[in-house]
Design a protein around this ligand. Structure first.
Ligand code: ZN
Length: 164
């Protein structure tokens, strides 16, 4: 991603605490950090801790310590995804209320033949959300074009969904 010359630019690093920081993640953090700092922007830290069975005990602290030892300084406090369930539930509720999302009960095995391109099997099925994935309802959906969808929900909030 290219940084935009703007004082409001915000970059972030979002490691998954399934292990210690590896070299590839360090490079990603450095690129994001330099993008943000080169334009005077903010750089945030967000832990992607939404998969507890895969989380390695102590990995969050080890990742942060490693980054600090390399001189990284993030703005604000570390945001943990696991602390944001209420906010996500609120947004999902808004998306459903505006007809912008739907529940998908397809298993990974069912979707294997589509090679990563979701064919919209549940788009009009009206499934309940329990044990379902939430998918965005993109207008003019097809499998050959890229769609960018923006939704103004409540205040200003945008969702982008790229479907190739
Ligand atoms: Zn589905």
């Amino acid at each position: 991603m290219t940084a935009i010359a703007s004082p409001t630019y915000t970059g972030r690093f979002a490691p998954t605490p399934s292990g210690h920081l590896h070299f590839g993640s360090l490079v990603a953090a450095l690129a994001s950090y330099l993008d943000a700092r080169s334009v005077g922007g903010r750089w945030l830290m967000r832990m992607e801790d939404l998969d507890p069975p895969r989380e390695e005990p102590g990995a969050q602290a080890a990742i942060l310590k490693a980054l600090e030892s390399y001189g990284f300084e993030w703005d604000g406090t570390v945001v943990r995804q696991s602390d944001r369930h209420d906010a996500y539930a609120e947004i999902i509720s808004r998306l459903f209320n505006h007809g912008l999302a739907y529940a998908c009960t397809c298993s990974r095995k069912q979707l294997e033949p589509y090679h990563g391109i979701y064919p919209g099997l549940c788009r009009n099925a009206g499934h309940g959300t329990e044990d379902a994935a939430i998918r965005l309802r993109a207008p003019n959906w097809n499998t050959t074009s890229s769609t960018v969808y923006k939704a103004n929900i409540g205040s200003t909030w945008a969702v982008r969904s790229a479907i190739l």
